[in-house]
Design a binder for this molecule. Structure first.
Ligand code: MN
Length: 311
């Protein structure tokens, strides 16, 4: 049992590199908290006018969850998927033992772009399994009866919220839900008392459990709550994430989620080996339409270790 918490996890600015020197705001993993439920990574990409060109790169042991706020994103992967994604739609890619993908903004010119990208770590039972890709254009909504002002609406992106399930494939008990509050609205969000949760303020203003939020902050709520009160003066967009606390110690490095240093080294070596055209059985495959790929960075000089939970 973790108990109730009310801790602000401020995001940090992380340079993505590349010619344009783009940067993202990263709220997870946090130095004191590697996971919230099975959520192990949270980036906000934008808002910016940009030409996004994330060339093919590999993943293992996780699902990528792409949730655009503004602008369209084209996803291509080594399974042959090629999908354009816009607001209200979910791209869910399951890496399993290995996949590679690219993400581009639509068109050749800079466009207004803003998106959330999350990773969800896979449990032992499926992390060595087959890769997959799903696009969901119809996600269930929930009306939340307001205590003041207009009712709020929730879109269940992943897992289960207020008894409503997203059609997206998940591997652990989890919730990911977008919440929209009208100006002057006050609502209570139902929570699973055995799960830990956090709320991110994406746009607007919000007071969560009597705490005034700053935009892009992630407010960690711990567990042992069956609801949390949220109010807004000017209206707001929030994202609720949570789930059953993830028990395994995970080792994350670059685009990989594993359990040991040696697994990460093996995945890195496989990706580097596949840059040669005569590579044997590919683990990560190739993404059609690309002639460049992102090389793996050098490994650090120390053994990679799991980050402990210090909250
Ligand atoms: Mn990726």
């Amino acid at each position: 049992m973790i108990g109730q918490r009310r801790l602000v996890l401020e995001p940090r600015e992380v340079p993505l590199g590349g010619v344009r020197g783009m940067s993202v705001l990263r709220a997870l993993p946090h130095r004191n908290l590697p996971t919230i439920g099975a959520w192990c990574f949270l980036d906000r990409f934008g808002p910016a006018d940009t030409r996004m060109r994330v060339e093919p790169h590999p993943h293992i042991g996780l699902q990528t969850v792409t949730w655009p706020l503004v602008g369209e994103i084209r996803h291509r992967d080594s399974l042959g998927s090629d999908a354009d994604l816009r607001r209200g739609q979910l791209n869910l890619m399951t890496a399993g033992n290995g996949i590679s993908h690219s993400e581009y903004s639509i068109g050749d010119d800079p466009i207004p772009l803003d998106a959330l990208q999350f990773w969800v770590v896979l449990p032992e039972s499926t992390r060595h399994g087959a890769a997959g890709f799903e696009r969901h254009t119809e996600l269930p909504g929930v009306a939340l009866t307001a205590d003041a002002g207009a009712d709020a609406t929730a879109t269940v992106v992943l897992g289960e919220f207020a008894g409503v399930r997203s059609p997206a494939t998940v591997h652990t008990p989890i919730v990911g839900t977008e919440i929209v509050l009208a100006p002057g609205s006050r609502v209570r969000l139902p929570l699973h008392p055995d799960w830990e949760h956090a709320l991110m303020l994406v746009e607007g203003d919000a007071v969560v459990s009597a705490h005034p939020m700053e935009r892009n902050d992630l407010l960690y709520l711990g567990d042992s709550r069956d609801e949390v009160e949220v109010s807004s003066t000017e209206g707001s967009l929030l994202f609720l994430l949570g789930g059953e606390p993830f028990e395994d110690d995970i080792v994350m490095w670059w685009n990989f989620a594993g359990r040991t240093h040696d697994e990460i080294v093996a995945a890195r070596e496989a990706w580097e080996a596949e840059s040669s055209p005569d590579a044997a059985t590919p683990r990560f495959g190739a993404v059609d339409g690309h002639d460049v790929r992102i090389p793996a960075p050098p490994l650090p000089d120390v053994r990679l270790m799991p980050r402990g939970r210090r909250i």
